[in-house]
Design a protein around this ligand. Structure first.
Ligand code: SF4
Ligand code: SF4
Length: 429
């Protein structure tokens, strides 16, 4: 039973979480908000959105279409949370308002149907595998090249959707177990969630290879599923909670040192399962799940063996810090520490890392007028930096940025930090 809308402020992790009405309107968050930076109007600020959220949550009022449009432009980057003196839990409040809105106002039939179908696909792994297989055939058969050249995708208004496909979708499921390739030091479980296993196979395979090379067996439980972030952010907290319970059950049953994740947005959702506030969530189970959860770069860096050589890399590597990593998980430093192990590398942070790249979950599809200019700013910074490679720990950001980075002259490859480590380990033999 969900109890999301207790309208008194509540305690979580010992912190006071204010209500939407507790916003002091001080405006400190305004200049940190990427949508305000783009549009320069008060309606596009966290402060104004909090007012809309307050209307929904505390006054049970359905906001005007214009207010909703401004609310939905939010990228959920949570940069506003990092500077708010009232410690507004903006991300939670927005999720709660979407849940309440879903109960108060039906979306249009078509929009509702499309959303329902997309979410049902993500929830159901066999269907997702089938889709991945079909997309893999589409890519390998040459149909993708043909359609891209024909201009038909643009006529059908499918160009943006299609451009988000990763270069090589691999639908074959991962093995359930990968043995350490040096003397065994322990075992870890790998969280692959929903699409990452097929859409970002390079990262999953590299994570397994590197973990094996530092002495850890890797278990990839087939029963795991989507982290639930998309459902949670679309006002479907009940489904998000079901997905959470499934993952907690699957991973807690394993005798492993750690549960590692590669995508920071999934990692954030997994680390905030306790905020789903479900009656029958068991604190001990949640605590056990949370304490073994760790970002893959962080885990590898902590367990890097003294004598493991890496091939030198005489390149400029720019580090993009996804909002989930920088604003909430706050573990981006582990990426720098891990990559600093590479001999001769010139490691630089991508300029303006504090500003969201615009990927924002599905924003590139639903809000290209926000996602595209923010993405273009990143690509401009990447170009100015002269970097040869761009690393990012989130698949959504990687897909969003890869499109622009591929247009640069010379092209810049976008990859997960662990994929770079995996490649250099292989080259070192
Ligand atoms: S910084 Fe916090 S308290 Fe100040 S306006 Fe923004 S949300 Fe409100
Ligand atoms: S989450 Fe990001 S985009 Fe949304 S209001 Fe806060 S700073 Fe702005």
């Amino acid at each position: 039973m969900l109890e999301f809308f207790d309208d008194t402020a509540y305690e979580q992790n010992g912190l006071y979480i204010p209500e939407a009405s507790d916003c002091m309107r001080c405006g400190l968050c305004v200049s940190h908000c990427p949508t305000f930076r783009l549009n320069r109007i008060d309606e596009e600020t966290p402060r104004r959105r909090i007012r809309t959220i307050d209307k929904i949550l505390n006054q049970s009022v359905v906001p005007s279409g214009e207010e909703l449009a401004h609310l939905n432009n939010c990228l959920q980057c949570r940069a506003c949370e990092t500077v708010c003196p009232s410690k507004m839990a903006y991300g939670q409040l927005l999720d709660q308002s979407r849940q309440k809105l879903a109960e108060m106002a039906e979306p249009s039939r078509l929009a509702g149907l499309i959303e329902k179908l997309s979410l049902a696909l993500i929830e159901h792994k066999p269907r997702l595998h089938l889709l991945s297989r079909l997309l893999g055939i589409y890519q390998r058969s040459g149909l993708q090249t043909l359609l891209r050249k024909s201009g038909l995708l643009s006529v059908l208004k499918l160009e943006t959707y299609e451009s988000l496909l990763p270069p090589a979708i691999d639908a074959a499921p991962l093995q359930p177990f990968y043995l350490a390739t040096i003397e065994r030091r322990g075992s870890v479980a790998l969280f692959t969630g929903c699409i990452a296993e097929s859409f970002d196979r390079v990262t999953a395979a590299a994570a397994i290879r590197v973990l094996n090379r530092i002495g850890f067996d890797v278990i990839v439980p087939g029963q795991q599923g989507c982290c639930g972030a998309i459902h949670q952010h679309r006002g479907r907290a009940e489904t998000a909670a079901q997905l959470a319970w499934r993952n907690i059950g699957v991973f807690n049953a394993l005798d492993v040192e750690a549960v590692v994740y590669t995508a920071s947005a999934c990692g954030l959702m997994l680390s905030e399962y306790e905020q789903l506030a479900i009656d029958d969530f068991d604190d001990e189970e949640l605590g056990f799940f949370r304490e073994r959860l760790i970002d893959v770069s962080h885990f590898i860096n902590l367990h890097w063996p003294d004598n493991l050589p890496l091939q030198a890399c005489r390149k400029i590597v720019a580090v993009h810090e996804p909002c989930s990593q920088r604003n909430t998980l706050k573990n981006q430093q582990a990426v720098y520490e891990l990559l600093a192990r590479i001999p001769a590398v010139n490691l630089i942070p991508l300029a303006d890392n504090a500003v969201c790249c615009g990927a924002g979950g599905v924003h590139r599809l639903t809000h290209p007028h926000i996602a595209d200019p923010l993405g273009a700013e990143k690509i401009e910074q990447l170009h100015i930096s002269g970097a040869d490679l761009l690393v990012t720990s989130n698949i959504g950001c990687a897909l969003h940025l890869a499109a622009g980075a591929g247009q640069l002259e010379p092209q810049v490859t976008v990859m997960h930090p662990v994929a770079l480590i995996g490649r250099l380990l292989q080259e070192a033999g």
